[in-house]
Design a protein around this ligand. Sequence first.
Ligand SMILES: N[C@@H](CCC(=O)N[C@@H](CS)C(=O)NCC(=O)O)C(=O)O
Length: 259
Amino acid sequence: MSPVKVFGHPMLTNVARVMLFLEEVGAEYELVPIDFVAGEHKRSQHVQLNVSRRQFVDRSPYQVQVMIFDRDATCFSSLQPFAKMPGFQDGDLVLFESRAIAKYILRKYGGTAGLDLLGENSGIEELAVVDMWTEVEAQQYYPAISPVVFECIIIPFIIPGGGATPNRSVVDESLERLRGVLGIYEARLEKSSYLAGDSISFADLNHIPFTFYFMTTPYAKVFDEYPKVKAWWEMLMARPAVQRVCKHMPTEFKLGAQY
Ligand SMILES: N[C@@H](CCC(=O)N[C@@H](CS)C(=O)NCC(=O)O)C(=O)O
């Protein structure tokens, strides 16, 4: 059976989220890179399906693994009508929205892997707690942390034609909001090792992509103010699946860097 396919570049946060859960469950998958710098995700014609060879290229300052494809006919917009990465395909099933894709992956492969990250094999109360912290990540944490990552990394270094200097007032406002969220996390993590209890869950792992990039900004030290949160983050980062995915994500950004 052909493996599931993830369409997008592995350095992108939402692509990394999907790859992370595939790595956690040990599923076989094929990464189909989209050249977002060239705007391939926005074109109506494109997306190659057959990998013909793989190679490492040194696109300084990062070594990036690229796959060379035989071009054929599927277009990305037929997979993802909003032209956002990732796209995902499992046979006839096509999905978009990284959090929904991640849940599908966990439901399809989690049992075989012996992982119940969604808490679905526990009681409805445990399941509700995982759901609640999953919503906290999406509704509180992400809106607080993402503007810093956008201002310091995504706009200047990743978006083609970027290069703008970070907007200080956006960063300051976001850091204040983030400190509020981290204070709540600190209190929670004084009571349990992970957000939804003493076992790791979907809620914890969803924090990886944006926090990873936040930690490369000059504001990473904000986490030092919250020792329980810092220890939790280090536990997440120590996971082999997390390390496998994060090795595709650059940690040093220089003005003018191209990917
Ligand atoms: N909510 C979507 C967001 C997808 C998204 O914004 N993807 C970014 C990359 S992480 C993207 O495609 N950016 C390119 C663009 O907006 O042109 C998800 O979770 O999948």
